[in-house]
Ligand binder design. Structure first.
Ligand SMILES: [Zn+2]
Length: 215
């Protein structure tokens, strides 16, 4: 069974790449971000905690992520392939993960911090219908107004330059040692995430000897 970990900073297109691999190759996309969003949407106690953390521009606590990821992985039927997104986030979690699970490799999407800033700070959220916009990629016809419902577009609470810079520092400090640890034990393939989505997807399939995307 194919089992992968996908790593990359926010804005690297990690979710998009994982989603395409999962759909085409019949893998389960195990996403910590989706699990956290589920809790927020369903107003669980964990959801309230996550909402507070994100409003403060911080990253969700590692211990919380770890317990959610452990629970989710424990539920997974091991005869089925998966792509894990959002875990492990630090060295301790990576050690636990490597002791407990066998994977085929790590997909690492690399994006320079300047590009992360450009991409993330261009994100907007519609105050009416909740649709995501991006002033770089998915631009509304009239600036700052939603094409669909006409409501004003807002910057997400946690998308300020300072909050983003803090998240990036935290990400790099924790992720660099995780990658080092993986590189000693697993196959890590690094991709240039400034490239178009289709190019990155094709490169991933090529490096892991997976069937090419249907065109
Ligand atoms: Zn709207």
């Amino acid at each position: 069974m194919r089992k992968y970990v996908i790593m990359g900073v926010q804005g690297s297109g990690k979710g998009t790449q994982a989603g395409r691999l999962a759909t085409d190759l019949d893998l389960v996309n195990v996403s910590v971000g989706d699990t956290l969003r589920w809790h927020v949407q369903h107003h669980t106690k964990i959801g309230a905690q996550v909402r507070r953390t994100m409003a403060a521009g911080a990253l969700v606590d590692d211990d919380l992520v770890e317990s959610l990821a452990r629970e989710r992985l424990a539920m997974h039927h091991w005869n089925y392939g998966f792509i894990l997104d959002g875990f492990p986030r630090n060295v301790r979690q990576a050690r636990f993960f490597l002791e407990s699970y066998d994977i085929d490799g790590v997909i690492n999407l690399e994006l320079p911090d300047e590009v992360v800033h450009e991409r993330v700070l261009a994100r907007r959220l519609c105050s009416g219908c909740g649709l995501d916009w991006n002033l770089l990629a998915h631009r509304p016809k009239v600036p700052d107004v939603c094409d669909i419902c006409g409501s004003p577009l807002l910057v997400r609470e946690d998308d300020t330059p300072d909050a983003l810079a803090a998240r990036l520092r935290d990400y790099h400090a924790k992720t660099a040692p995780v990658l080092e640890l993986f590189e000693r034990k697993e196959f890590v393939a690094t991709f240039d995430a400034t490239q178009p989505v289709e190019v990155i997807q094709a490169e991933i399939r090529d490096r892991f000897a997976l069937p090419p995307p249907a065109s």
